[in-house]
Design a binder for this molecule. Structure first.
Ligand SMILES: [Zn+2]
Length: 147
């Protein structure tokens, strides 16, 4: 599968596919990494003195289905350091909240489905735990009612 094409399938411009780790009839596991090399320091707001400073175990993020399969993205958990401010910080991924295991797009799709059906139905459509779908739904409710 050409990578450019798969990048469009992901719909996430801030990351690029590195490789397909594995794929079977139900799941596809993909390794991806950020498109940019650094992020701005949260204190001084510049990238000038920011360096990469190691990484932790990759994060595993459930994303939207690709080719009718559940997709899981493995993205590096990068550490950065600003030499000017002498601080370290962790890479912020735009497509998934901190410490979350489901992408924002996946959460939005799940909530969308839950609004038009029962939580249990949505959970079975997405093959995610009912409690997780309920939590996503509750998190999304204030935003929905304010519109
Ligand atoms: Zn700084």
């Amino acid at each position: 599968m050409p990578f450019q094409y798969s990048n469009e399938l992901l719909g996430l411009p801030e990351i690029q596919l590195q490789k397909i780790i594995s794929m079977d009839t139900q799941n596809v596991h993909l390794e991806a990494s950020p498109v940019t090399y650094q992020q701005a320091c949260p204190i001084c707001g510049t990238e000038q003195d920011v360096k990469r400073d190691g990484r932790n175990k990759p994060r595993k993020i459930r994303h939207l289905s690709i080719f009718g399969r559940r997709s899981y993205l493995y993205v590096p958990s990068l550490h950065l350091a600003c030499t000017r401010c002498r601080i370290s910080f962790v890479w912020t991924d735009d497509f998934v909240g901190p410490k979350q295991r489901y992408s924002l797009a996946f959460r939005a799709q799940t909530v969308e489905q839950a609004l038009g059906s029962t939580t249990a139905h949505s959970a079975s459509m997405q093959e995610a735990p009912v409690s997780t779908v309920q939590r996503m739904h509750q998190d999304a409710l204030p935003a929905k009612t304010n519109v």
